[in-house]
Design a protein around this ligand. Structure first.
Ligand code: ZN
Length: 197
């Protein structure tokens, strides 16, 4: 696996539309692994191909569980994702690994259904799925699908006054990395508990 360079706002590719994935081969599988590693290294919860300079409709998502909200975690690699249903709305702060150091309020649908080709990590095969997502996970899907159409969240900020800089030093980044890793471990344990019951 390898950590890829995440391109930043100002790079023209971020405004371009990505093309459909049509070849599901070993190279694609390696890309998925590299995208996950890159995302974890950057403390992200979602990453689109274009952000690592691959102009194909592919996203990886790993949203940790939120115990307070009673929400399970979700890890998925999806090709050609399409939001086929959305309802409700919520406005909360959003950030992006390609617009580092900034956050701003964005209105998003509260619930989405996304369809696409998902990687089954055990068999290595891709199969068509429909995924329901709520709240934060729904937001991540909307944000990543926007990337595939060349849209950055900054163009969706509801009130420009909410767009502001956040300072995060190396120490804080490491803390966040550990917090996220601990939360994601809990996801795996939950999954084992579910199937074992
Ligand atoms: Zn982003």
């Amino acid at each position: 696996m390898a950590i890829m360079k995440i391109i930043q706002d100002g790079d023209a590719r971020l405004a371009q539309k990505s093309s459909k994935v049509s070849v599901f081969d070993a190279r694609l599988r390696k890309l998925v692994d590299d995208m996950y590693e890159t995302m974890y290294h950057a403390n992200g919860v979602g990453l689109a191909g274009v952000q690592v300079g691959v102009m194909q409709r592919i996203i990886v998502v790993d949203v940790p569980p939120n115990k307070e909200e009673g929400e399970k975690g979700l890890r998925i690699a999806l090709c050609n994702p399409e939001i086929i249903k959305m309802d409700g709305s919520e406005t909360t702060p959003e950030g992006c690994l390609s617009v580092l150091g900034w956050v701003g309020d964005v209105e998003r649908a509260l619930n989405v259904v996304v369809k696409g080709m998902a990687l089954d990590e055990k068999s290595g095969k891709w199969k068509e799925v429909r995924v329901k997502a709520h709240r934060f996970a729904a937001r991540v899907f909307q944000h990543e699908c926007d990337h595939l159409n060349g849209t950055l969240y900054t163009s969706r900020v509801t009130d420009i006054a909410t767009l502001h800089k956040v300072e995060r030093d190396a120490e804080r980044e490491e803390e966040i990395r550990q917090e996220l890793a601990a939360l994601r471990d809990a996801t795996n344990k939950d999954a084992v508990g579910d199937t074992g019951a």
